[in-house]
Write a protein of this length. Structure first.
Length: 502
């Protein structure tokens, strides 16, 4: 007996059916077994094709979502957006005021000084056209001031002459000592070294362009090696200062952490940053995760609140509390809302923005914490939004299975689970008003490193990246404490004391 399975039907003739029936129960049982086996085979094919179809559908959705990704709904940098401006969902309330400075705003108009460096008098003619002598006539004076810099295309050379005398009686030799900063027969002074470091390490000019800029400004041609040696001298002068900055960060209440990739001699390495409102500390490491954090030595000794993105190695440190960056969360939520059309994501964005606005209002009233009853209401709303999201995801997301037969989590469900599991870290800014809403401070501090790489390219030389990071740690810290970059560089060259935290 043979059962023929077709794509559209399963066919057994009437005569064959009667023949099998007349053969007795065993023949009927065998037929049913074969039919069941055929149906099971067809069912397996249908399930496989259905799964494949769902996988293709998900891939299409993900590829379409990838095409829609920009700096507003993902971690892609703004430079990847191209010329087309991304559509931004702006939840800020309109104030109704015109753009620009508002009435009563204290402007930055250039004001006249009482004692200008020089004065140029502009006289009227001695005689009027009618012949009258104007030299004895008392007139009125009007002034206008021009602010400019003097020509600086000529370098100033200072020669130190140290006297040496021999006593005519006892023969003792008396030598006048040169200043401790003057150690070579010829050398560059503090202002020139400051200019080199300012252009190369702060304005990110490559060595060749730094040489060109200094030549144009001062008329003096310096070598690239001199600029490199200036950076090395700065780094060696910063050891104690950097140790103090690092120690201050370790003992801070709230610290922002982040990392970004850089090229060093063509190899991928990572710049790690630890930031507070008054300190910045950078360090280069070959690794991104726990090994680097351990070697840098801040997180293993830190007991405050660590603010960061959802990079899991941060959570291996249990002695400190953690706060999630909600700027990252909002970008991920925008991705789910715009590209996958999940409404719960829009509700969660609105919740986070509204809660942040509420906390800012409480802070402006001088409060340092939220009342527990109000906090419970916000927390209940947060978890209700997550539950709504789980229901919506179950309705909208295709059901896919992995090789073990377990149901795969959709991208939306993965985000929901993260928000549910890490709700304390996500809402850390509500529980502790000292914790910020996002990790923008660390991201701003790292942005300069990415800008340097775009302008000057990768670092060359094993120690070049760390030299740059040490100098930038110092400059960024001093700028946070009220100094200009030029002041900070010159002070470390001349050995001036480092200002304390404000």
């Amino acid at each position: 007996m043979k059962v023929v399975f077709l794509v559209d039907e399963i066919h057994i003739s009437a005569e064959k059916t009667i023949e099998i029936y007349n053969q007795g129960p065993e023949a009927v049982v065998d037929l049913v077994k074969e039919l069941c086996a055929g149906f099971n085979a067809l069912r397996a094919i249908v399930l496989e094709q259905t799964q494949s179809s769902l996988e293709m559908k998900v891939k299409i959705i993900e590829l379409e979502a990838r095409l829609k990704m920009n700096s507003n709904n993902s971690s892609k940098p703004p430079s990847s957006d191209g010329y087309k401006k991304p559509k931004v969902t702006n939840r800020r309330e309109k104030s109704g005021r015109k753009t620009g400075a508002q009435f009563g705003h204290e402007g930055t108009t250039l004001n006249k000084v009482e004692n200008p460096d020089r004065k140029i008098e502009i006289k009227v003619p001695d005689f009027c056209e009618c012949g009258k002598d104007l030299r004895e006539v008392v007139g009125n004076l009007k002034t206008r001031q021009v602010f400019d810099i003097p020509p600086i295309n000529k370098i100033e050379v200072t020669e130190f002459i140290a006297e040496e005398k021999v006593c005519t009686i006892c023969g003792k030799i008396h030598k006048a000592e040169f200043p401790t900063t003057v150690t070579q027969p010829t050398q560059y002074g503090a202002n020139m070294k400051t200019l080199m470091a300012y252009f190369n390490d702060y304005q990110f000019l490559p060595l060749q362009r730094t040489v060109e800029a200094i030549l144009d400004i001062t008329g003096q041609k310096v070598s690239e090696g001199t600029i490199v040696n200036t950076g090395l001298h700065l780094q060696s002068s910063l050891k104690d200062t950097l140790a103090t900055i690092k120690d201050d960060i370790i003992h801070s209440d709230v610290v922002h952490f982040d990392e970004t990739g850089v090229r060093v001699d063509g190899e991928l390495q990572w710049i790690h940053v630890a930031s507070t409102e008054t300190e910045t500390y950078y360090e280069v490491h070959a690794k991104r995760g726990g090994a680097a954090m351990k070697d840098i030595g801040i997180l293993p000794n830190f007991t405050g609140t660590s603010v960061h993105d959802h990079w899991k190695p941060y959570y291996t440190y249990k002695d400190c509390t953690h706060g999630e960056c909600n700027a990252h969360n909002i970008r991920y939520l925008k991705d789910i809302h715009v590209n996958y059309e999940h409404e719960w994501a829009s509700s969660m964005i609105g919740f986070l923005v509204e809660l942040n606005r509420r906390i800012k209002a409480l802070k402006s009233e001088g409060l340092t914490q939220m009342e527990s009853q109000e906090m419970e209401q916000w927390l209940k709303r947060y978890h209700n939004t997550i539950l709504e999201g789980i229901i919506e995801d179950d309705e909208k997301s295709p059901k896919l299975f992995n090789k073990r037969g377990d149901l795969k989590k959709s991208k939306a469900l993965q985000l929901l689970c993260k928000l549910q599991e890490y709700y304390i870290e996500t809402l850390a800014f509500m529980y502790d008003f000292n914790v910020p809403f996002d990790n923008n401070l660390a991201e701003r501090d790292l942005r300069m490193q990415k800008l340097r790489q775009k302008i000057s390219g990768c670092f060359r030389g094993e120690n070049s990246a760390q030299v740059f990071c040490d100098i930038r740690s110092y400059i960024s810290t001093m700028k946070k404490r009220g100094q200009t970059a030029l002041e900070a560089i010159r002070n470390i060259i001349t050995g001036e004391p480092v200002p304390s935290k404000v």
